[in-house]
Structure formats: C-alpha cells, structure tokens
Design a protein around this ligand. Structure first.
Ligand code: SAM
Length: 206
C-alpha cells in the first residue's frame, strides 16, 4: 500500500513536472484590492512562481514570499531576477503548518493557498492574520466554485461568511473591506474558458 503523501512531497512532485514559466500576470483580486495602497511590507503565502510577489515589488513593496516547494521558490527567484526586483523580495521556504516567517506586515496575502493534502489551512490563516499590522490588509482569496475542467471540488464550497467565521477573528479588531464572491473568467489547461467564483476576504486591521 502507498504511504500517504506529505504536503512537501505532493508540491515537490507537482513542480517537478510543471512548467518553470508562469503567466507573468498578478492575480486579479490582488490587483483590485492593493493597487491603490501605499507600498510597505508584504507577506505572500504560497507564492508559487512568484507573479504576485513580482507585481507587488514592482509597485514598490518589500515582499517576503513563502512556499513549501523549493522548486517553486527557485522559479519565483528567477522571475524576480528577470523582472529586476530580486532585491525587493525575500524568498523563504516554510511548510506553514510547521513554521512561519518572522515579522509584521502591511499586507498579508494568501491567494489560493489550498492543497489536496490537508495542512490545517484554517489554523495557518488564523496565524497569518496575527501578522497584519494595525492599518494593514489581510487578503485571502480561495475558490468559490469549480471550473468544469477542475478536479478541485470541496463539497460544498464554504460561503464567504463561513470562510470569515473560520478565521475566528476578534470582530472589534477588524474592518471589512470586502467579504463575498467575485466572478471571474478562468482559462483551463487546454485553453477552455468558463465563469468561476472566487471567495474573497479583504479585511483591514484597526
Ligand atoms: C494552488 S497554488 C496557488 C499559487 C498562487 N498563490 C496563486 O494564486 O495561483 C498553492 C501554493 O501553495 C503552496 N503550498 C501548499 N501547501 C503549503 C504549505 N503547507 N506551506 C507553504 N506553502 C504551501 C504550494 O506549493 C503552491 O505553490
């Protein structure tokens, strides 16, 4: 019988066969909710090939970008180098269920920090919320519906309100900028397109 995979094994295998090149574009939700912010210190959780971190760095942010997969971090570092922002980004390898970067941040972003291997996502996001400075933004984007080509199907998808409740935040400490679903036209691996929902929590620490 096969041993169950750890998070590290799963994501190392995923990146071992994935293309080193990304879309080169930041996530639409990140752009929408941070474009007008004054740049400061940002933490990105699950940075993959680094497109969000690179975009933030080009906007003037100093970024700590974290991923569990060394290969992803290596692709992301190349991405930063190609875009001339290597000095603005510190890459750190963490399995966030076990360790976290140091510091406090003006922006903590977790974009599709989701995994087929259970890593205690709610606990990780609760911990992430504690790293947001007063006045800073916590931005969490997750899948709110599945594309027809995707095998990602939690049943059912948590509503935005359920996702917020899972964070167990002290409500008096946070202002809600946006808690809801946002529709997006997604493109699948074979070029197919379809409307899907993202679940977005944009919360500012008071
Ligand atoms: C679905 S991808 C999302 C990537 C990117 N943020 C985006 O918006 O497209 C999830 C990323 O989280 C990373 N990841 C998964 N589990 C993790 C963990 N326990 N600790 C740190 N990173 C993890 C994966 O290696 C992968 O790069």
């Amino acid at each position: 019988m096969n041993e169950p995979q750890t998070s590290t094994q799963f994501w190392d295998n995923r990146y071992a066969t994935a293309s080193p090149l990304s879309s080169g574009k930041p996530g639409a939700i990140l752009v929408r909710f941070t474009d007008r912010l004054q740049p400061g210190h940002a933490l990105e959780l699950g940075c993959a090939r680094g497109d969000d971190a690179v975009w933030l760095a080009k906007k003037g942010w100093n970024v700590v970008a974290v991923d569990i997969a060394q290969q992803a971090l290596s692709y992301a570092a190349d991405n930063a180098q190609r875009n001339g922002v290597a000095e603005k980004i510190t890459f750190e390898q963490h399995d966030l269920s076990e360790s976290f970067p140091e510091g406090e941040y003006d922006l903590v972003s977790a974009s599709f920090l989701e995994s087929p291997v259970d890593f205690g996502r709610e606990k990780v996001l609760r911990k992430a919320s504690k790293l947001v400075k007063s006045g800073g933004l916590l931005l969490i984007t997750s899948h709110g519906s599945a594309a027809s080509w995707s095998d990602h199907r939690p049943s059912p998808f948590p509503s935005p309100e359920e996702a917020l409740a899972e964070l167990q935040l002290e409500s008096s400490d946070w202002s809600s900028i946006f808690v809801g679903n946002i529709e997006r036209l997604a493109t699948g691996p074979n070029g197919e397109t379809g409307e899907i929902l993202d679940t977005v929590l944009a919360l500012q620490r008071r």
